[in-house]
Design a protein around this ligand. Sequence first.
Ligand SMILES: Cc1cc2nc3c(=O)[nH]c(=O)nc-3n(C[C@H](O)[C@H](O)[C@H](O)COP(=O)(O)OP(=O)(O)OC[C@H]3O[C@@H](n4cnc5c(N)ncnc54)[C@H](O)[C@@H]3O)c2cc1C
Length: 243
Amino acid sequence: MEVTLLAYTPAPLKVIYTAARTCYSARPPAEIWADEVPEEKMEDLVNRLIQQGHHSVLEHVSFTLGIAGISRSCLAQLTRHRVGIAFSVQSQRYVRLDRPTYVTPPSLGLDGERRTRFEKAMAEAWQVYNELVSAGVAPEDARFVLPNATTCNLVLTVNIRELIHICELRLCPRAQWEIHELFLKVAAEVVKVAPFLKRHLVPKCLRLGYCDEPESCGIMPHWRELQAQGRLPNPVSRLQDNG
Ligand SMILES: Cc1cc2nc3c(=O)[nH]c(=O)nc-3n(C[C@H](O)[C@H](O)[C@H](O)COP(=O)(O)OP(=O)(O)OC[C@H]3O[C@@H](n4cnc5c(N)ncnc54)[C@H](O)[C@@H]3O)c2cc1C
């Protein structure tokens, strides 16, 4: 897959800083924007806002990324994210996909019987697709024979608030490998132009300080472990205590 940052809100740190300072200042935003403020001071404020949950200010900055060569399976997972995000996806109705282009899961290995069987299934799918199109079936109907592995391209725009949320979920090693890889690449592109986000585009366990998945991968201790050591209150028992 390829991920390329196409465009982004200019001066992202200053935009967030200005939005946040506007909330707590009698001065108009244009005056605050004109202030010469050291990067570290702006970064310090933004870090505190993120920690405190004042997250709406993060919605003023967006990143637009070109993504090529992910599978339709990965696309289905990606488009479950609905808030603060926009997608423009290559159409299988209007684009004829006459050449086989598909993603092969690494678990199939580089060769061997499973790999051969998979590639045969892909070749068969495209053969039927091309036969149907040649017989006059519109690509929008012929595509029904194409597999989840079929690649697609899209343009994605996402604001920082949602990007932090998605990275919390998809950079968790329990997320599937393809969307995990996608967001490693998205985060790397974004951090190039907004280095202050490096510490925030991380799996959720790094923010929580523990793992809340059914099992820990080992990056952070599981919450049950911390609770057994008396280092974490049990939110469920607290609710029960309160009736
Ligand atoms: C490891 C993993 C496994 C998964 N397995 C499955 C599965 O088996 N089956 C399945 O169907 N899905 C599965 N999902 C998808 C998951 O249920 C979510 O649909 C997906 O992660 C999108 O996240 P989100 O709901 O936070 O949406 P986003 O659009 O990213 O929403 C951001 C936040 O906005 C708020 N929000 C958004 N929409 C609403 C709303 N309508 N009402 C109130 N608040 C809202 C929520 O706080 C939400 O967290 C899985 C996701 C992960 C990470």
